[in-house]
Design a protein around this ligand. Structure first.
Ligand SMILES: NC(=O)c1ccc[n+]([C@@H]2O[C@H](COP(=O)([O-])OP(=O)(O)OC[C@H]3O[C@@H](n4cnc5c(N)ncnc54)[C@H](OP(=O)(O)O)[C@@H]3O)[C@@H](O)[C@H]2O)c1
Length: 203
C-alpha cells in the first residue's frame, strides 16, 4: 500500500513509519519535512501535499496539539488553538484525503485516553480528543467507496513498558502504540476508537 504518515518525524510517527516500512511504500510528512512539508492547521497546505501525491491507499495522522493548562488559566486563544490544531487539523486532513484515497482506503487519526481519563490541566485536551472520537464514529458510516476511518487512542507514550507487577498501563512505548496504527491500516475495521493499551507488551 501507498501510505502517507503525517507527523512522521515524531515520537509516535517515527515508530509508525518503522512498523509499516517493511511491507508498504511510506511517505513521511510533517511541517519541517524537506520532501513532504505540510501544516495540518492550514487547509491549503494539506491540499497542496495531497495534490502532489496522486492516489494513495491510507493516510495516518500522528500530529496535533492542544493546550495543557489548569482549567482556570485556559484562554480563548488556548481553546481556539486546541480546536484548530488537534481537532480541525485532523478533521480537515480526513475531509481532504477522501478525494485522493483509493477504493477501500483508510484514514487513521490520533486521539488519546485523556478523552475519558484526563489528569489535572487536561480539559482542553479531553475536549479535542472527544471531538476526534466523535468525528470518526460519526463519519464512518457516510464515507464513500468503502473508505474506512478510525482513531488510535494512546495513553502517555514514553520509553517504558508496563511492569509485570502493575495492574494497569500508564505509559506505553511508541513501538507498542504503533501496532494499533498497523491494525487500523491493514485490518478491516471502521468507526473505531482503538485504545492502544490492549497492545501493551508486558515485560
Ligand atoms: N506522546 C504522548 O504521550 C501522546 C499520548 C497520547 C496522544 N498523543 C498524540 O499523538 C500525536 C503525536 O504525539 P507525539 O508525542 O508523537 O508528538 P511529537 O513527538 O511532538 O511529534 C509530532 C509530529 O507531528 C509533526 N507536526 C506537529 N505539528 C504539525 C502540524 N501542524 N502539521 C503537520 N505536522 C505537524 C511534527 O513534525 P514537525 O515539527 O516537522 O511538524 C512531528 O513529526 C499527537 O496528536 C498527540 O496529542 C501523544
Amino acid at each position: 500500500m501507498k501510505i502517507i504518515v503525517i507527523g512522521a518525524s515524531g515520537l509516535i510517527g517515527s515508530a509508525i513509519v518503522s512498523a509499516l516500512t517493511p511491507r508498504h511504500e511510506v511517505i513521511a510528512a510533517s511541517r519541517k519535512s524537506a520532501t513532504h512539508p505540510v501544516d495540518i492547521t492550514d487547509k491549503a497546505s494539506i491540499a497542496k501535499l495531497f495534490a502532489g501525491l496522486g492516489t494513495f491507499d491510507a493516510v495516518i495522522s500522528a500530529a496535533g496539539g492542544a493546550a495543557y493548562r489548569p482549567l482556570a488559566d485556559l484562554t480563548d486563544a488556548d481553546f481556539a488553538m486546541s480546536l484548530g490544531y488537534k481537532l480541525m487539523g485532523q478533521v480537515n486532513l480526513a475531509r481532504l484525503a477522501v478525494g485522493h484515497l483509493s477504493d477501500g482506503g483508510s484514514i487513521t487519526l490520533t486521539t488519546g485516553v485523556y478523552a475519558k481519563e484526563p489528569p489535572p490541566n487536561a480539559a482542553a485536551i479531553a475536549m479535542v480528543n472527544s471531538g476526534v472520537n466523535g468525528y470518526v464514529i460519526g463519519a464512518a458510516g457516510e464515507l464513500p467507496r468503502g473508505i474506512r476511518i478510525n482513531a488510535v487512542s494512546p495513553p502517555l507514550v514514553g520509553p517504558f513498558r508496563l511492569n509485570a507487577a502493575a495492574s494497569r498501563v500508564e505509559c506505553m512505548t511508541p513501538e507498542d502504540v504503533a501496532l494499533a496504527y498497523v491494525e487500523a491500516v491493514e485490518g478491516r475495521s471502521t468507526g473505531r476508537v482503538i485504545d492502544t493499551r490492549s497492545y501493551a507488551r508486558r515485560t
